[in-house]
Design a binder for this molecule. Structure first.
Ligand code: OAD
Length: 230
């Protein structure tokens, strides 16, 4: 049995990283248009770098929680393929030990040059005047996907959804496409679907089964059940 797991900000909430749309979420404190769009970056690159520098620092100071660790355990101990598709730009899945992780919205730990598309490991602090190490142009930005841009790995992700037997969505509000449509893609290809979230998501009704609770509790419980039942 192949499992594809979609994760969102909710899986990292108990590690101390803020979600976006909860009451104290990032989009209640920052204007999404200003810090997470190419137009916002063109208007004020210093502000956008400041936002991502702060998130990079938060991420460095955070540690994976029991939900990240349980998914790493599942990948190691489960007989079938376990693939994680994350909307998160943090690296907590990797730090917990997961290997098959696709960052569809990019990664805080990487930088990209908008002039030549060269990629490299992001320094702790980025600034608009930083030159690209390959072409020297000061067009460097975090290697994250902003609203209005195409998420990464879409061909690979849809192929994996088409071939999976179980699709599990963890800690995501189901507001942002294309990720919010993965449940329909998987179900359309015959997979079972399960949502693990603190509260029913925007598209909860699209899932065959739903379990509610904090990820650090309900993800390890689910993983235990899958491993015991194989
Ligand atoms: P959201 O902030 O939209 O949703 C977080 C979800 O996690 C909500 O449904 C919460 O109920 C749930 N949640 C909160 N704490 C939880 C916990 N401890 N355990 C389990 N669930 C919990 O975040 P995302 O869905 O990840 O994109 O947002 C999707 C995309 O929108 C992000 O990747 C980002 C954002 O704008 C870009 O920046 C392009």
């Amino acid at each position: 049995m192949n499992i594809v797991i979609l994760t969102g900000a909710g899986i990292s909430a108990e590690s101390g990283l803020g979600t976006f749309r909860d009451v104290d979420g990032l989009w209640t404190k920052y204007d999404l248009e200003e810090v997470a769009t190419p137009e916002g970056f063109a208007r004020n690159p210093a502000l956008v770098h400041e936002f991502y520098n702060a998130r990079r620092k938060n991420c460095r100071e955070a540690a994976p929680n029991a939900a990240h660790s349980a998914l790493a355990r599942l990948e190691q101990e489960y007989g079938g393929a376990v693939r994680i598709v994350t909307q998160n730009v943090d690296n907590l899945h990797e730090r917990a030990g997961s290997r098959a992780v696709r960052h569809m919205h990019g990664e805080l730990s990487r930088a990209i040059c908008a002039a030549c598309m060269h990629r490299w490991d992001a320094p702790e602090v980025m600034a608009p005047e930083d030159p690209c190490p390959a072409c020297g142009v000061a067009a460097t930005r975090p290697d994250v996907v902003w609203f209005g841009e195409f998420p990464y790995f879409m061909d690979e992700i849809y192929a994996e959804l088409a071939g999976c037997d179980l699709f599990v969505s963890i800690g995501t509000s189901g507001n942002v496409y294309p990720a919010a449509g993965f449940v329909e893609a998987a179900a359309g290809a015959g997979a079972e679907t399960l949502e693990l979230n603190l509260e029913p998501s925007f598209n909860a009704s699209a899932f065959m089964e739903r379990r509610q609770g904090p990820a650090a509790k309900i993800v390890p419980e689910w993983v235990e059940q899958v491993i015991a039942g194989q």
